[in-house]
Design a protein around this ligand. Sequence first.
Ligand code: PEP
Ligand code: MN
Length: 336
Amino acid sequence: MSSTPMMFVTLRSPAALPTVEAALQGKGQWTRRLHGAAGQVAGLEIAPHSPPIGRDEILAIDGVADVLRPVSPHPRVDAQAGRTVSLGRAVLGEGCLLMAGPCSVETEAQIHAAAALVARSGARLLRGGAFKPRTSPYAFSGHGTPALQWMREAADAHGLGMVTEVLSEADVESVAAVADLLQIGSRNMQNFALLRAVGRTGRPVLLKRGMAARIEDWLLAGEHLLSAGAEAVIFCERGIQGFDPLTRNLLDLGAVALLKHALHQPVVVDPSHATGRRDLVLPLSRAAVAAGADGLLVEAHPEPSRARSDGPQALDEAGLAALAGGLGLAPVGETP
Ligand code: PEP
Ligand code: MN
């Protein structure tokens, strides 16, 4: 599926309306009549989900005066259409890319064990938080800078790339020094000072959707990153706030399909934070890939029952292997 941006077609005279309308509809376009202040037909709007059509093809229709396009508020995001993103040893946009690991980096031994099982599964990037945004100020909030180094060493030891969250402007430099992909968490999606600081690193960024953010706000947050210099923005849908606590969040697969099929953006899904339950991670991963996700960000832990954060949603080794196997992935160093 493809699409053209919304377009407005103006007419040489109101009498041209029926022929222009019929010609556009004959080309498969979805049109809507636009009326002026006095109620007269002023032109036609072409819906953005119409099949692709060139401006010149419309101008060639008898009775068409002009074709206008509104200026996009996120031109740099639009310019990402169809691109792939290089992430150290991996590439996003060439098949399904799996990024997996624990919610938090807890100890040096834990992140090495996690990296080992992540590499065995066929995932290509190790995820894990050194700086953790926690709803309660009394909850474990990560080991900070030392954990970044543990994670880099663990990723390198197993041939993996690394994605980790940047929580504050003060940490941008230390995270950029080790991570292949810098993560902006849901709670920080509209922290514009942080977005600018992360963008200035010139690195690829994983931008999680704010839990109450509209898609347009999410795209504009991406524009902040790109306009500040980010090399690429990968949009990550992780569920928005619904009203039912049984599934932690509400996974918006419509947004994923829109970003991939209509806007052609790099997009991944985090089914772990979307549901809060390990038993739902596999079905929602399948659904995410079917909706067009280029990859998945999944929580996995060597001993989920001992996890210091988000244990109930963490997969164990067998669970991650089953997920990766279903996606047709092979361990690092082997071809599928
Ligand atoms: C995370 O990925 O560790 C995380 C905190 O996720 P989110 O920002 O989506 O809540
Ligand atoms: Mn988590």
